[in-house]
Design a protein around this ligand. Structure first.
Ligand code: SAM
Length: 345
């Protein structure tokens, strides 16, 4: 049995085997076989459906200093903002009208948003839109905070592990942040019954094939319900301003590997991928992706939530980004559906 066959049959490989497979990413035969199987599994579990998530970037204030990130604490050139509860609810109202049945509240780690502040916001969204899911993506918090937010009605949580290689993690993050803490948060989220999302950037500075292999082993162990991967893209106000962006082809290759490893996973075609290639998100669908996350944030704020340079869609209204996406996805043979789009049980 060759390595592609082994992955297809067993849904996992050892770290060494993953590294070997990643080393073959430029082999057209290998890519084609992986893509074919990923598309088959995507069709088996989701048909041609694409789930949409309305992204509400509600604060760009962050206490962390991740070296790659445009909203890192020490970026003094960035004007900062927070959306009010009313503004967040208006985003949901507009999104609901456009067919969104999941709202993703994403932001920096902003101390203003305590549990006391977030619980009523989550409750309001769930009361007004009982047929909708709420996803949170607000970084590392305590078990008790995750518990309170879950009890308020949050359904899902996105927390990319960023890299499963301890040394690589330490290069990308300042002292005081640790892989161990991030992984413990992911385990807490899983234990609390959140549909949990991990993930990583492709092509981040210092990343090696072994780091990527470690990421895949980590995903196979964690068995997350969602996985977010997208190319690293440099931001001009970070120390990695001159580093090259991650490869679109490698991202597509890894999407197909992840679909094969986790056949029912919710797998977004990320905005970063759409930023690096005009048709990146549409192409991702035929490599196994099944989710897109258009922006519902007010257009004035989008400019200030730039994690990296060149982010697509900035300044477009939610209606405009939806129209563009719908057209592109339809041409690629996929249909946006009006559903919560939960992890299939
Ligand atoms: N604060 C929350 C957290 O830590 O999960 C959510 C916001 S954080 C900015 C969202 C994700 O953006 C990160 O997990 C990271 O992978 C991604 N990101 C940050 N900077 C990036 C860059 N330069 N290129 C690509 N993705 C980036």
């Amino acid at each position: 049995m060759d390595i592609v066959e082994k992955l297809i049959c067993e849904h996992k490989l050892s770290k060494e085997e993953f590294a070997l497979l990643i080393g073959l990413r430029q082999d057209p035969g290998v890519c084609e076989r992986l893509q074919k199987e990923a598309l088959r599994l995507r069709r088996q579990h989701f048909g041609n459906d694409v789930y949409i998530r309305g992204l509400i970037e509600f604060t760009n204030i962050c206490k962390n200093d991740c070296r790659y990130c445009g909203i890192r604490k020490s970026n003094a050139n960035l004007p900062r903002y927070r959306l009010s509860e009313d503004e967040i609810l208006s985003c949901c109202e507009a999104g609901y009208g456009l067919g969104f049945r999941t709202f993703v509240l994403q932001g920096g780690e902003d101390a203003f948003f305590t549990d006391e502040c977030l619980v009523p916001i989550i409750r309001q969204i769930k009361e007004r839109y009982p047929d909708c899911a709420v996803t949170l993506s607000i970084g590392e918090r305590s078990y008790y905070s995750y518990k309170a937010l879950r009890e308020a009605g949050a359904d899902r949580y996105l927390l990319r592990h960023e890299t499963a290689d301890k040394e690589h993690y330490a290069k990308l993050h300042p002292k005081g942040m640790s892989l161990r803490h991030r992984v413990n948060c992911l385990l807490d989220l899983k234990n609390l019954g959140y549909q949990t999302g991990a993930g990583f950037m492709v092509g981040s500075p210092y990343q090696t094939d072994e780091c990527l292999a470690e990421d895949l082993v980590f995903l196979a162990e964690l068995q997350p319900e969602m996985v977010g991967i997208g190319p690293f893209i440099p931001h001009h106000d970070t120390e990695y301003a001159d580093c090259p962006a991650g490869s679109v082809e490698t991202t597509l290759f890894l999407l197909s590997v992840i679909r094969i490893m986790l056949p029912r996973v919710l797998l977004p075609a990320t905005t970063a991928l759409g930023t690096e290639a005009a048709d990146g998100r549409e192409r991702a669908m035929s490599y196994g992706a099944n989710v897109v996350m258009p922006n519902l944030s007010p257009t004035d704020n989008q400019e200030m939530y730039k994690l990296y340079d060149g982010k697509i869609g900035v300044g477009d209204t939610a209606q405009e980004s939806m129209n563009k996406l719908k057209e592109g996805l339809k041409a690629a043979g996929f249909n946006i559906v009006i559903e919560r789009g939960d992890y299939p049980t």
